[in-house]
Write a protein that binds this ligand. Sequence first.
Ligand code: DGL
Length: 257
Amino acid sequence: MEPREQPIGVFDSGLGGISVLRACVALLPQENFLFFGDSANAPYGEKSLDQVRRLTVAAADRLLAQHVKAIVVACNTATSAAIGLLRQTHPELPIIGIEPAVKPAAQAVGSSSVIVMATPLTIREDKYQKLAAAFCHEANVISLPCKGLAEMVEQGIFDGPVLDAYLQELLLPFRYCNVDYIVLGCTHYPFVRQAIARNFGRPVSIIDGSEGTARQLRRQLEKAGLLTTRTSQGTVTFQNSRPDKLAMSQTLFLMKY
Ligand code: DGL
């Protein structure tokens, strides 16, 4: 098969990256996509850097064995831990990562506050610390590690009292700060966007990086001459290291949020 007609591999620690996959499919509907969720090893955000590096390399190898023409690392945690390593190992391959959308939020609000919700590992990593530091003169960037939240999404908890109690405790300290934006810095969080908005208790704009990542994917494919020439609708195939998660993958792909 011609390289440009091969599928695009999209990968996450679990189901969260489906929020990015949706944006990619919306922007590039003629492409074929292969999504791999590593739910057996989720959450990555509470593992060590070395563990996440190893798992990310294994996931990329799995996609490459299926002849993908590009890889989207639809996971902020895996991006911050391993994107450099992946690019070093596969210099010829378009590899697109995702990082918390701090820039658009900070530049939009001037001097008030932006909360960045992400996994503990993303927040700890150098890549994020540098990103937050780069915009701390434009806005008050509050970094909020959300231990356990991606796991709730993995378990299919999108609503209800357990999630509400978790979010209220997490967000309460910021209720009286001058917060204009919440940045969803983990690809699992868009699936609980409504619960986050409700439990914050005040109007706030909530953004994530999925559309920016999809645009970056299109730019990279264009540059490499790898956009498909097909004119009909492409396919989306789901794979997961926990086969019992495949039905939920379809549900999340179609879910409104
Ligand atoms: N979805 C991943 C992210 O964007 C992380 C979830 C996890 O901890 O596995 O960071």
